[in-house]
Design a protein around this ligand. Structure first.
Ligand code: FAD
Length: 604
């Protein structure tokens, strides 16, 4: 009894001491806060602004300059049925392709929303100024993409993400209600009894902390493929927002499904867009054979990514690949030599440029060395089809919290995403959530909260303790161990022993992370601190991937387990939900939404 009185008192004095002696933290109030300024975050902020007729105060936060967000790297295009008659296409067919591509784990009600709204979003971006490639008749050109039955991917050369980001950024900066915080890193979400109250963030340049008080938050922080060393994603794809949600007690869904893109350049991992195969490039093994004939006779190089990635790894394992002299990595050839040079320059200029600069190879005259690299994370924060963050499997949703884009699992991609469906997901749910959040705050204004303020101060103290800590573990060394473990045991093919080993090793890495040492002790431009925070998130997520992967005893989409080579709908046609428990994590499962498309064998 005495203790229970004294502990809060002692805690109060520590906080008071901390505020007086060490801390400085400003408080800012916003109606809405959007974390992340990729295509998902910027689209959400813009629609919230438009829906509210510019009456809201919106904070848009990005840990790097907004325009450097990973989305600028998107290359090949955005899916949507623009010309159903000319292309013999339909929303139904787009939905079917997506669901079959997902290996039937996608929620079909969510997919129906995606395909219905995607064309509108492509036209919306047209009005914002994206220079879509066009046919001679003026129609927007659509190209072939893996797993799609017809051409339905709109594109702006092979720089689609850059043009979409540029258009969004230009538009946003002309709206006064939106304040952009470049290079500000969110380190914690303040959620009390399922309700969002605010967040803590650090200005990377000055090191100053801010407590943002708000009743509405949209997480749009992207994926976490950087847990692997061979990846196509940018350095910022470290899964912070997903880890923040997990730490705040919010559930994650289907986190075991990581997509490996078949064609990343060896040894850098830079992406050669699927659009190259969409435009007709071949995959060739060391015997000079178009080996996809063995794995997907009708779709060949344009089979979905999980299938093409497994085919490449199998070819390499069977000794029919090449080996990179310096890195030792196995690879196959991506061959564009038979394509018209004019077509390459018009539709794939960036990959020609990248190949020349990175490898001194011109794809118009030489084949490119490629192998599968971590590219996209299908799993993420568990949301419903309205983008609300849920409180658990079969529970209601949190108040004032949404997730959009790659960090969210709504789930339209299931266990394997089809290329070009991510940009449509970001745009479609950017609008849905932007409008919802604006309507929500019109009726729910956040008030002052002592709990929230105290929690922000607690977070400030945690950061200070991280900085001043005298631990013995080097966070960068732990990061290398994490990446090695993920690449060794949780790559394209997985096996039970390897996943169990990974779980054990990752659990140790996570324990050791509690004892890290941060070299740079200053607050200004402290890249060590920023990296340590990111590594902390990735260490957490790597372990969760292993936890969920180990339990799923089947092969579905990107999760291919040697001992269980078949999909098992009887036992595993369900989503994995993982949530922080009092001691460790809690795993549960929930049904997949099936509307029109009964699961069938997946043959291409
Ligand atoms: C090379 C490449 C090419 C691709 N091409 C295509 C394509 O052609 N078509 C397609 O559909 N998909 C493509 N994808 C996938 C697609 O690009 C991504 O899924 C999509 O861009 C993700 O957008 P996002 O807005 O969700 O996140 P991101 O663009 O990753 O943005 C995340 C944002 O969150 C911010 N952030 C993260 N953590 C914090 C924090 N702690 N504090 C503050 N801010 C934070 C970041 O600064 C950033 O602003 C490609 C992927 C790769 C790797």
């Amino acid at each position: 009894m005495i203790n229970s009185v004294h502990v809060p008192l002692r805690f109060y004095f520590i906080l008071l001491y901390f505020r007086i002696v060490i801390g400085s933290m400003q408080t800012r109030d916003f109606d809405v806060v959007v974390i992340g300024s990729g295509i998902a975050g910027m689209t959400t902020a813009l629609h919230a602004e438009l829906e509210s007729s510019e009456k809201l105060s919106i904070a848009l936060i990005s840990k790097i300059h907004a325009m450097r967000s990973h989305s600028v790297a998107a290359e090949g295009g955005i899916s949507g049925v623009l010309y159903p008659v000319e292309n013999k296409d339909s929303e139904h067919l787009h939905a079917y392709d997506t669901i079959k591509g997902s290996d039937y784990l996608a929620d079909q009600d969510a997919v129906e929303i995606l395909v219905k709204n995607a064309p509108k979003e492509i036209k919306f971006f047209e009005h914002l100024g994206v220079p879509w490639n066009r046919n001679r008749d003026g129609h927007i050109n659509e190209r072939a993409f893996g797993g799609m039955s017809v051409n339905r991917t709109a594109f702006a050369a092979d720089k689609t993400g850059f043009f979409m980001m540029r258009a969004l950024y230009d538009e946003l900066t002309s709206h006064k209600g939106i304040e952009i915080f470049h290079e500000h890193m969110v380190t914690s979400l303040i959620v009390e009894k399922g309700k969002f109250l605010g967040l803590h963030m650090i200005d990377i340049a000055t090191g100053e902390s801010t407590f943002i008080r708000s009743g509405a938050c949209v997480i749009a922080t992207g994926g976490f493929s950087r847990i692997y060393d061979f990846t196509t994603t940018s350095y910022s794809s470290t899964g912070d927002g997903i880890a923040l949600a997990y730490r705040a007690g919010l559930p994650l869904k289907d986190i075991e499904f990581v997509q490996f893109h078949p064609t990343a350049l060896v040894p850098s991992g830079i992406l050669i867009t699927e659009a190259a195969r969409g435009e007709g490039a071949y995959l060739i093994n060391a015997e000079g054979k178009r080996f996809m004939e063995t794995y997907a006779k009708s779709k060949m190089e344009l089979a979905p990514r999980d299938i093409v990635s497994r085919a490449i790894v199998t070819e390499i394992e069977k000794g029919r690949g090449f080996s990179d002299r310096l890195s030792g990595l196995g690879y196959v050839h991506l061959d564009l030599r038979h394509l018209d040079q004019k077509l390459i320059d018009e539709r794939l200029p960036m990959i020609r440029d990248i190949s020349r600069k990175m490898l001194g190879l011109d794809p118009a005259t030489e084949p490119l060395p490629v192998r599968p690299a971590a590219h996209f994370t299908m799993g993420g924060i568990h949301t419903n089809t309205a983008g609300n963050i849920m409180l658990g499997a079969g529970s209601g949703h949190a108040e004032g919290l949404w997730a959009v884009g790659e960090c969210a699992c709504v789930s339209v991609h299931g266990s394997n995403r089809l290329g070009s469906n991510s940009l449509s997901q970001c745009s479609v749910w950017g609008r849905i959530v932007g409008i919802a959040v604006a309507r929500h705050v019109a009726h729910n204004k956040a008030g002052k909260s002592k709990i929230a303020e105290d929690k922000a101060w607690q977070e400030e103290r945690r950061i200070e303790e991280m900085l001043s800590g005298k631990g013995s573990e080097d966070p960068y060394a732990l990061y290398t161990e994490l990446q090695n473990t993920m690449s060794k045991h949780l790559y394209v093919y997985r096996n039970t022993k390897g996943m169990a080993r990974a779980r054990k090793d990752l659990s140790r890495i996570r324990s050791r992370f509690a004892d890290i040492y941060i070299k740079d002790k200053r607050r200004t431009y402290n890249a060590n601190l920023r990296d340590a925070l990111e590594i902390g998130s990735m260490v957490e997520l790597g372990l969760l991937v292993a936890e969920c992967a180990l339990r799923r005893r089947e092969s579905r989409g990107a999760h291919a387990v040697r001992e269980y080579p078949e999909r098992d709908d009887k036992h595993w046609l369900k989503h994995t939900i993982i949530q922080k428990g009092i001691a460790g994590c809690r795993i549960s499962y929930m049904p997949v939404s099936i509307t029109k498309w009964k699961p069938q064998p997946r043959v291409y």
